[in-house]
Design a protein around this ligand. Sequence first.
Ligand code: F6P
Length: 328
Amino acid sequence: MGNAIKKIGVLTSGGDAPGMNAAIRAIVRTCSYHDVMCVGIFRGFQGLVEGDFEVLGPRDVNYIINKGGTILKTARCNEFKTPEGRRAAYENLKKAEIDALIIIGGDGSFTGGMFLSKEYDIPIMGIPGTIDNDIHGTSHTIGFDTALNTVVDAVDKIRDTASSHKRLFFVEVMGRDAGHIALNAGIGAGAEEILIPEENMGMERLLESLKKSKKSGKSSSIVIVAEGERLGKNVFELGEYVEENLPEYEVRVSVLGHMQRGGAPSCFDRVLASRLSVKAVETLLEGKRNYMVGLINDQVALTPLTKAVKGHAPIDQELLRVSDIITI
Ligand code: F6P
């Protein structure tokens, strides 16, 4: 591959996600395979603004494919949102002779990268790394599968105690303002109800459905609530409201929180991260720029970053239907 790119920088940005290390490993090794130098940028855009860089070789990324988190650390950086911050970032890239940048993160991180690319003509490639699975141009983001397994595992455990005490549990899961984690993990864990922001069920229908469920002979129930749910009540208020209106239920609330972002990545996430990363490096070396590498119909595919950052990936209607049918 003859190319003008001799040095590629890589950073992880936004919320960490299991599989980010597998991506860093694959990027470093693909660079080495093609005789290109790879530079790790620490703490996301913060490290870019501050020049916190380190050259990485294939042996620097040994034994990280199985590790959660990100060896490059991550941050949400306000300074980079200013023109002065981006100028400092560009000066650091120039000083280190970095020709192109790979950003592993979510749509906010890609938007930041696009600003830099537009203002300073730096080629950018995005790799979708977030547990939320909310990015256009990929069926799966890195970390989503692992987070689903973590949630299902946790809900299985909650189910044991819910059933022993004949209780109704509201379990809040992450996803920011998207319901992909809730819907998929809810189906996988056999939840009785799944509340997601994309589908406003309304309080009345929720009460009706829980009443029906009790009548049908269910003694315990699990309701998965996406954190971005728009019923107008937080999960604790929701629990109280249901207990007040349906005294036949004893309610408990469990918020899974940041445990959903940790842990060893699943095999799926490791393979996904490796595939997307090889493609990201090779796409840059082919002279293309400003794409996100994603998975479409199980094939690695490129989507212009301008499209990838447009709104959120829609909820799968077939999954919604499956959930409606099997939760009765
Ligand atoms: O985007 C990943 C995510 O974990 C969301 O699901 C969640 O809303 C958010 O990050 C939490 O962010 P923080 O780690 O800053 O609390």
